[in-house]
Design a protein around this ligand. Structure first.
Ligand code: GAR
Length: 193
């Protein structure tokens, strides 16, 4: 059984979808812990599913490296096979990335390499794109620059707001993420360094 740690910053709707999938007896992976960089709303999903959680507050640390060191310590307790960044709005320090690489995945609300970064949905709208998408990638040292494991196009509607477009993208992200985790767990997809 593949064990997964999930890191979030926000509402955790994608986390919730993964928790629901992973609670099915036939699913070949289990979420063992959920972590956050703040008092994230989404931690409530972990509690509801009886999954342990921890918070390593970004603002309580003097540097990215110090934050990442504590985050790594908390994650190590659970020795997860995989770490999923599901709306974690912080870059991991390279020391943490290299320690777990290539076993850290990130979901992103755009069709990478288009619109990387913290505002993928807003940037697609601002660019006047007629379509954007969702991607699941392996985390490397760059900003959303790692190998793409799965992605799918999502149309932009003329009357879309950032919120409406993001809400259309998220279900696609969820489906891709759950499928990637399943394929890694079954050995259909191998992560290569
Ligand atoms: C998701 O769309 C995720 O891809 C995005 O934050 C959202 C979290 O939603 N992450 C990024 O933009 C990272 N660059 P959720 O908290 O409802 O799951």
């Amino acid at each position: 059984m593949l064990t997964v740690a999930v890191l979030i910053s926000g509402t955790g709707s994608n986390l919730r979808a993964l928790l629901e999938a992973a609670s099915h007896p036939d699913f070949p992976a289990r979420v063992v812990v959920v972590g956050a960089d703040r008092d994230a709303e989404g931690l409530a999903h972990a509690e509801e599913f009886g999954i342990p959680s921890f918070t390593v507050p970004w603002h309580a640390h003097e540097s990215r490296d110090a934050w990442g060191e504590e985050l790594g310590r908390q994650i190590d307790v659970w020795t997860p096979d995989l770490i999923v960044l599901s709306g974690l709005m912080r870059l991991l320090p390279s020391s943490l990335v290299s320690r777990y690489a290539p076993r850290i995945l990130n979901t992103h609300p755009a069709y990478l390499p288009e619109f990387p970064g913290a505002h993928g949905v807003r940037d697609a709208l601002a660019a006047g794109a007629e379509q954007t998408g969702a991607s699941v990638i392996v985390v490397d040292d760059g900003i959303d620059s790692g190998p793409i494991l799965a992605q799918e196009r999502v149309p932009v509607h003329a009357d879309d707001t950032e919120h409406s477009l993001h809400e259309r993208i998220k279900p696609v992200e969820r489906r891709l993420l759950i499928d990637v985790v399943r394929r890694i767990a079954t050995g259909d997809l191998t992560l290569t360094p």
